[in-house]
Design a protein around this ligand. Sequence first.
Ligand SMILES: NC(=O)c1ccc[n+]([C@@H]2O[C@H](COP(=O)([O-])OP(=O)(O)OC[C@H]3O[C@@H](n4cnc5c(N)ncnc54)[C@H](O)[C@@H]3O)[C@@H](O)[C@H]2O)c1
Length: 417
Amino acid sequence: MEFKVKDISLADKGALLVDWASAHMPVLNQIKRRFEQEQPLKNVAIGACLHVTKETAVLVEALMTGGAKVALCGSNPLSTQDKVAAFLANNGVEVYAWRGENTEEYYWCVNKVIDNKPHITLDDGADLVGTIHKERTEMLTNVKGGTEETTTGVMRLRAMEKAGALKYPIIAVNDAYTKYLFDNRYGTGQSTIDGILRATNVLLAGKNLVVCGYGWCGRGLANRAKGMGAHVIVAEVNPVRALEAVMDGFEVKSMTEASAMGDIFVTLTGNTSVIRKEHMLKMKNNAILANSGHFNVEISLPDLKGISTLRRTLRPNLEEYSLQNGRKLYLLAEGRLINLSSAEGHPSEVMDMSFADQALCVEHLAKTGKMEPKVYSVPRKIDELVAKLKLKAIGIKIDEITEEQKEYTATWETGTV
Ligand SMILES: NC(=O)c1ccc[n+]([C@@H]2O[C@H](COP(=O)([O-])OP(=O)(O)OC[C@H]3O[C@@H](n4cnc5c(N)ncnc54)[C@H](O)[C@@H]3O)[C@@H](O)[C@H]2O)c1
């Protein structure tokens, strides 16, 4: 079996991390136990391009327990946990991932996963699907379907669908309630702060923290940062979301205004060049820039480099840029996903739900006959099952709707009484 990881001797240390994650992923473990009995993925080859974290290892184990053969690469050059990659390679997974891949190495890894001839693809950012559709089209007839984990990936896939370019069906796992309401909001909210603190150890209380993008991730970050005493300023382009931020109690400003106020800036938009030269030139001395959106294009690195005279790495994930105007700006984790590059990504408890959705959607794809090449929602049944299992796992009982209530909500005749 082939693999390429940083250091295979780290496997035992990786095993301990995976045990720790697994202990906090009861829903996925319950699915794994069923998979062991039913073998729904027998003879299914899975190609996965996901952040190689301890939680991903628990997902991969569940899929293999269900009978699948799995090949895995990272979905970001800086997010691979090398100990976990070694653990997986040691356990029969074709892993091609290490922290610090350059772009050429990154796509070499993606192509190695494609060489494994996947029947089902799992993506986080659509690089695997994109590469198959652009460069490895010979594989298109082999692939039955795929899943997509994140907002940016779903945006790219919907654009492919609209252009008539999508050649196999994809389930948008990101758009399940049990995914984005928890993973994007609470997971990104907490782990983005974790990443910023591990890179800088600055005090959040009293700081002006500018949140660019008040979507699911931005809402989560804004609320958590507020809870830690930061003064949160939101920059948005969508008027409804900007209004929501106002009524949630945040100051809302244009990027131009916010640029002169922020001590810390975080982009979570899924868009490009959100922080540009004209903003950087207005920023205070010592302002910190971080990105928690999928790609490293939200903070314009060409602009930052273009206005700088000197660049120094002060500690891991913290680079100082000296500007021509005499001020200094600090860029975290090269502008890549701060929570996965400088911390460990989302807590296992939220990945329990996201990856339960993934496992059940993979099973759904494997069991369902031919599907049209479209972007599909996660089946409602799967979403509800994951929520039910999670509530049960954390010991919470809820009421059931009564027959009378079922009838009442289905009729239109009854009004004011
Ligand atoms: N860090 C992580 O682990 C993690 C987890 C989940 C999602 N993501 C990524 O985070 C990004 C955001 O995801 P989401 O689920 O919050 O998406 P979302 O669509 O809910 O929110 C994005 C928001 O950004 C706003 N926006 C777009 N362009 C903007 C601009 N130029 N200036 C200000 N605001 C702008 C949009 O109007 C929208 O409200 C995506 O790239 C997604 O893939 C990261």
